[in-house]
Design a protein around this ligand. Structure first.
Ligand code: PMP
Ligand code: GLN
Length: 409
């Protein structure tokens, strides 16, 4: 590969997903539902593909099908507390991955520094280095010990964060609700980050793909809704996460014209546009959701209610198995400390959590994700006693996992 891609060859999803298949293991690794997508969104797509409108099957507008960018602007306006121009302030991409790539490639010059909060969704790092940028890492640190703790106990040290900002800092990436931790950043925490952005004239990439999955009354606050943050924030979302259709690979970014324009330039020179039928179906799905705000059939609110008992079941089973779950406030992943579990994991060069995940997959037929993939090399040791579980799964899948876990005792 080219020089700028060197060091980015390894990918946790490629390696772990392959291992799960080869070992026919129960897969609580990569995050995707193992149940049928909601009927309403599937019906939207069915209607779209049976439409007689010939343009359904032809190229869409480069930056997003008008019906979809309009729906996105409308759905976000109340949460942002301002109007959104669908034509200049919204871009539709292939997944949230596409938006992350376009934003980072469009905004980061060689030598620019990008602050990344650990644990981070792994692609941020190769996307930054691939643009010639320099990632600067700052970890969330657990502030409590115990058998069962909360993702809310993981916090930034404000002084440590402040020390990472300098005249080279271009961006900070903030992921709330966070993958893999499930932390939902509070208004105070976001304000602390926003104040640093304003002080040092830094832009913010707010990865909010899990914005609708929240538990225990936690509220999702959009970074872009904080005072004077709209001008410097690009917010990223995903239809795959929003409607439990990860295979539809449709995402977007929303922000001020001067920032979204930079992402548009990358997009128009890369994939140029996204599949029309999927965009049309997502637009219809969002319109349906807007007509259901506050009603019990709103998928955006009922999904969390469906997920909460799954989260609680998994946390209970992990605790019973002798692990220490970090109960997430949002999203659909859970970290658990497995260091009390007795195993015969072989020694090796690789990080301990990677060796444990391999052992678990091969010997116990259960696959999870080693979270040190979400840390820089220097900080990997901070999570080598943890593994990440995905719980957007059928109850029967979680019960099978529980049987395997109880077998450890
Ligand atoms: N950001 C985060 C935090 C994620 O967990 C994911 C899941 N893959 C993405 C972005 C990418 O989403 P998509 O599947 O829409 O590309
Ligand atoms: N976001 C999902 C996860 O963290 C999927 C990752 C991926 O598709 N690479 O598991």
């Amino acid at each position: 590969v080219t020089k700028r891609l060197q060091g980015t060859e390894k990918n946790v999803w490629v390696d772990i997903s392959k291992m799960a298949v080869e070992n026919k293991a129960l897969n609580l690794g990569q995050g995707f539902p193992d149940f049928m997508a909601p009927a309403d969104i599937v019906n939207c797509l069915k209607e779209v593909v049976s439409s007689s409108d010939l343009m359904t099957h032809q190229y869409a507008r480069s930056f997003g099908l008008p019906r979809l960018v309009n729906a996105l602007a409308k759905i976000y306006e109340p949460h942002l507390g301002r109007p959104v121009d669908p034509m200049t302030e919204v871009l539709v991409t292939v997944g949230a991955y596409g938006s992350l790539y376009c934003v980072i490639q469009g905004l980061v010059n060689p030598g620019d520094e990008v602050i990344i909060i650990e644990p981070f969704f792994d692609c941020y790092k190769p996307m930054v280095t691939g643009a010639g940028g320099v990632p600067v890492f700052v970890p969330l640190r657990p502030s409590k010990e115990g058998t069962v703790t909360s993702s809310g106990d993981w916090k930034l040290d404000p002084e440590e964060l402040a020390s990472k900002f300098n005249e080279k800092t271009k961006l900070i990436i903030v992921n709330t609700p966070n993958n893999p931790l499930g932390k939902v950043f509070t208004r105070d925490e976001l304000t602390m980050i926003a104040d640093l952005c304003k002080k040092h004239d830094v832009a913010c990439v707010a990865d909010e793909v899990y914005e609708w999955m929240l538990y225990d009354g936690n509220k999702h606050i959009k970074m872009a809704s904080l005072p004077d943050m709209w001008e410097r924030t690009v917010t990223i979302g995903s239809a795959g996460k929003t409607f439990s259709v990860t295979g539809w690979k449709t995402g977007w970014c929303v922000g001020p014209k001067h920032l979204v324009h930079c992402a548009m330039v990358v997009h128009q020179n890369c994939t140029y546009n996204c599949p029309t039928p999927i965009q049309e179906a997502v637009a219809r799905g969002l319109e349906l959701e807007m007509s259901r705000v506050g009603s019990p059939d709103s998928y955006l609110t009922s999904l969390s209610e469906e997920l909460r008992p799954k989260r609680d079941f998994l946390a209970g089973q992990l605790e019973a198995a002798g692990m220490r779950p970090v109960v997430p406030e949002g999203g659909y992943f859970m970290l658990a400390d497995y260091s009390n579990i007795k195993t015969d994991v072989p020694d090796g060069e690789e990080a301990k959590d990677f060796r444990f995940v391999k052992w678990l997959t091969v010997n116990k037929k259960l696959t999870v994700i080693p979270p040190s993939a979400f840390y820089c090399d220097e900080h990997r040791h901070m999570v080598e006693n943890y593994i990440r579980f995905c719980f957007i799964k059928e109850d029967s899948t979680l019960e099978k996992a529980s049987k395997i876990l109880q077998g450890f005792k």
